[in-house]
Design a protein around this ligand. Structure first.
Ligand SMILES: [Cu+2]
Length: 127
């Protein structure tokens, strides 16, 4: 009789641990910070303001690839510059995927762009 109760308690404890583990994993897979969506050839918005220390998640809603790095398009010319205090951004998207930049730890304006699509610029303002 007592054994049954002990097994019951142990089983309940095990279930609780499994449930908690699953919950933690679900939370980790959700983007918690700011994000910007990308279409087949552009960012859906050209600017975003985030807080110091935050990362930026880029969400590729298209099947198209994107290569996002520091810098910007100036007309038809790529200017691969990294501002002082900018995190190094180098993200390759293959289609319908999402990736996050390293944290932006310095206040200011930072440009990132896609090397594949002309004019695909995003300005990140960190405050
Ligand atoms: Cu692109």
């Amino acid at each position: 009789m007592h054994k049954k109760i002990i097994f019951g308690v142990l089983g309940f404890a095990l279930l609780t641990v499994l449930l908690v583990a699953c919950t933690v994993r679900d939370q980790a897979s959700l983007p918690t910070g700011p994000s910007v969506h990308m279409s087949a050839s552009d960012f859906v918005q050209k600017t975003i303001t985030i807080k110091k220390g935050q990362t930026l998640t880029l969400i590729n809603d298209a099947s198209a690839p994107h290569t996002v790095v520091n810098g910007k398009w100036e007309g038809s010319k790529q200017v691969a510059e990294k501002e002082a205090g900018a995190p190094t951004v180098s993200l390759n998207f293959t289609g319908n995927d999402r990736k996050s930049t390293p944290p932006f730890n310095t206040a200011g304006k930072f440009d990132i762009y896609c090397t594949i699509h002309g004019g695909m610029n995003l300005t990140v303002t960190v405050e």
